[in-house]
Design a binder for this molecule. Structure first.
Ligand code: HEM
Length: 206
């Protein structure tokens, strides 16, 4: 176990970056892939470009989550055990807010695993699990706002975290509003009829 400012900086920094990437992925998923823009292009970026961006942003947030959790657990200044990173209940340090972070992590694991297995799952089961991204995002936001130094301590110059967090929240809420007004039915049809795997061209773009 280790201690010191580096781990703490890394933990806070990765928390904010991970939330920003996750929010960008949610916004892109709902506005560029689901709903109106699906399939047609219509003067926008082709769907396989936005789909691969959506996926890469999500992957990025998972990688930052890994560093976020490792730095939180390894840092002996706060008492967080390995299992507490995965269990929504029973944490020693800030039980409620650490628990919400763990819940967000569990949901992100479920969404990621089913996304990787998408071609083996029915569209309906994949989509049901994929909708848990909303809950993952919301738990992650509340966790970050309630536990994070950079968001809570008014005496810190590090309140820089307020800006990306506020932008993330506004962007996702706008996307949610757009999604609700665009109509749930059309979105469902568009997603259900989308190919389970992106065309090969998506690999070339990356
Ligand atoms: C998707 C899941 C998660 C997201 C989006 C997330 C995001 C964040 C954000 C934005 C902060 C605020 C950083 C700051 O203001 O300084 C934060 C802080 C923190 N997170 Fe997470 N987190 C997640 C999961 C977890 C998990 C599973 C753990 C437990 C191992 C954890 C432990 C912590 C701790 C201890 C802090 C406090 C850092 C400080 O002292 O300021 N997080 N997180």
């Amino acid at each position: 176990m280790m201690d010191g400012p580096l781990l703490w900086f890394l933990n806070r920094g990765t928390g904010v970056v991970l939330l920003t990437l996750l929010s960008a992925s949610v916004v892109l998923g709902v506005t560029a892939i689901g709903g109106r823009a699906a399939g047609d292009g219509g003067g926008r970026l082709p769907r396989f470009v936005t789909a691969s961006l959506h996926r890469n942003l999500a992957l990025g947030s998972v990688l930052f989550l890994l560093v976020h959790v490792v730095t939180a657990v390894v840092d002996s200044y706060v008492d967080i055990r390995w299992w507490q990173a995965f269990s929504p209940v029973g944490a020693t340090y800030e039980p409620l807010w650490t628990g919400l972070g763990a819940l967000a992590l569990d949901l992100m694991v479920a969404v990621s695993v089913t996304a990787l297995l998408r071609h083996r799952l029915g569209a309906r089961s994949w989509r049901t699990v994929h909708l848990l991204s909303w809950a993952a995002w919301a738990s992650g936001v509340v966790h970050g706002v309630m536990i994070g130094t950079d968001l809570r301590d008014p005496s810190q110059w590090t309140r820089w975290a307020l800006v990306p967090t506020a932008l993330s929240v506004v962007a996702v809420l706008l996307a949610l509003g757009w999604r609700v007004s665009a109509g749930a039915g059309r979105h469902r049809d568009a997603v259900a009829s989308a190919p389970a795997r992106e065309p090969r061209a998506a690999e070339a773009v990356r």
